[in-house]
Ligand binder design. Structure first.
Ligand code: ZN
Length: 424
């Protein structure tokens, strides 16, 4: 079969013809009415690659892992037409629906119905549509040495309900894949939808032609990392503003979070927040940690390590007054996390008020409050939890206007705050 004019000239794997992405879906393909009040009116998100006529989105499922799925198909390890058997996979906790799910443009970067597709789109699934969950919710025990230490020091007391004597904390956790409603995402960033589509197309090396050829498709499943949310206490309490909520929105830092690298405060902040969340849940409240895969301020770990070297090799060594400048030299910007989309997951849980926000970031605070969620107290990391080499980061952030209950260091002080050299 010859290719249609204008179609990409890449041959289909295992065959001589092209799998077109630029023609309209078949008659009867469900359309998506983003923000509609019920699942039936909203319609399912269909990102299957097996039956292309059923697709009503750009991109496909699993975020960045969609590329591994392609590798598995290419290697012959996975059949393209494999359908997920969703038996017994339903969420352990029911979330929503909440009013925010259908408030205009309150949620634009995830599918609020993504956890319950097997239930709310049962008829469509039975009719043969390949609809997949973009959210999964389960239960777990989490065991962290910092929490065991907090028990040993008497800061936390096991209650057999939220925190066990073994040191394990009981959590509900939700994994969330990105689902972008492009008109709403463009609006958040103050740009025209057409410009957003064109730049997404160009900056991914032309990966998704439908961004520019299919303006009728408004939903994009981007190939980026998702989020995981950990809840201490009852998930349904999150939507009740009278129940005290302690929350942290944390951006991934593999070096510190997992490996304990001491150049930043990421893991100490995370474990401090978890301790606060456990305490809040034990006192009748609820705790939430939303963890976003945005490594190295979403600049990626290669950029991050380049910046570490540049910081530590510059004349005068790694000083707090040059902290942001070095990042900007390498990456062109200080930060690419753009917290504008972050509050969506909070609205998915129906959150209206965060009583205690464990964060010093003004960008996070501003994004949360300007999305309509009240924030009571802001809780920063206790000084004794800041590793010595991370003083550079913390002081630079405080001087830049990040939240601190005490005085921020001045320019002279910043020059004196110095981290280790590379050989130390
Ligand atoms: Zn870090």
């Amino acid at each position: 079969m010859p290719a249609e004019p204008g179609a990409a000239a890449t041959p289909r794997f295992g065959g001589g013809h092209i799998r077109l992405t630029s023609h309209r879906g078949a008659v009867g393909t469900p359309t998506i009415r983003w923000g509609a009040p019920t699942a039936a009116e909203r319609g399912p998100v269909i990102g299957t690659t097996a039956t292309r006529a059923h697709r009503n989105v750009i991109g496909t499922h699993s975020g960045s892992y969609s590329v591994y799925r392609a590798l598995a198909v290419a290697a012959g390890a996975l059949k393209r037409e494999h359908r997920a058997d969703l038996t017994d996979t339903s969420p352990t906790d029911t979330i929503g629906p909440y009013p925010q799910w259908s408030e205009p443009a309150t949620i634009v970067s995830m599918d609020p119905w993504g956890a319950s597709v097997a239930d709310v789109f049962a008829a469509e699934l039975a009719a043969g549509l390949d609809i997949r969950p973009t959210i999964a919710i389960t239960k777990a025990h989490v065991i962290l040495p910092e929490i065991t230490d907090a028990i040993a020091k008497g800061r936390l007391v096991p209650d057999g309900r939220i925190l066990l004597a073994s040191g394990a904390a009981l959590v509900t956790k939700a994994a969330v894949e990105p689902v972008w409603w492009l008109p709403g995402v463009a609006q958040r960033f103050g740009c025209a939808e057409n410009d957003l589509r064109r730049v997404l197309f160009e900056e991914t090396g032309g990966m998704y032609p439908e961004l520019v050829t299919r303006s009728d498709l408004e939903v994009f499943l981007p190939p980026i990392g998702g989020q995981t949310v950990y809840i201490f206490g009852s998930a349904t309490d999150l939507a009740d503003p009278s129940v005290e909520l302690t929350a942290r929105v944390h951006d991934e830092c593999n070096g510190s979070d997992v490996f304990g690298s001491d150049i930043c405060t990421c893991r100490p902040y995370l474990t401090h927040a978890i301790e606060e969340c456990i305490r809040c849940a034990q006192n009748g409240g609820v705790g939430l940690v939303a963890y976003s895969r945005k490594e190295g301020r979403a600049l990626g770990e290669v950029t991050k390590f380049l910046v570490y070297n540049a910081r530590k090799r510059q004349v005068g060594g790694d000083t707090a007054d040059q902290y942001f400048a070095r990042t900007e030299c390498v990456a062109g910007v200080q930060d690419m996390r753009f917290q504008e989309l972050m509050p969506d997951v909070l609205h998915w849980f129906g959150i209206r008020k965060i009583h205690r926000l464990v964060s010093m970031s003004n960008m996070k605070y501003d994004a949360i409050t300007s999305s309509g969620i009240d924030v009571g107290q802001r809780v920063n990391i206790p000084d004794e939890l800041v590793p010595p080499d991370a003083r550079v980061e913390i002081d630079a952030k405080m001087a830049a206007g990040y939240f601190t209950p005490g005085p921020a260091p001045d320019a002279e002080q910043l020059k004196k705050v110095k981290g280790r050299g590379l050989s130390q």
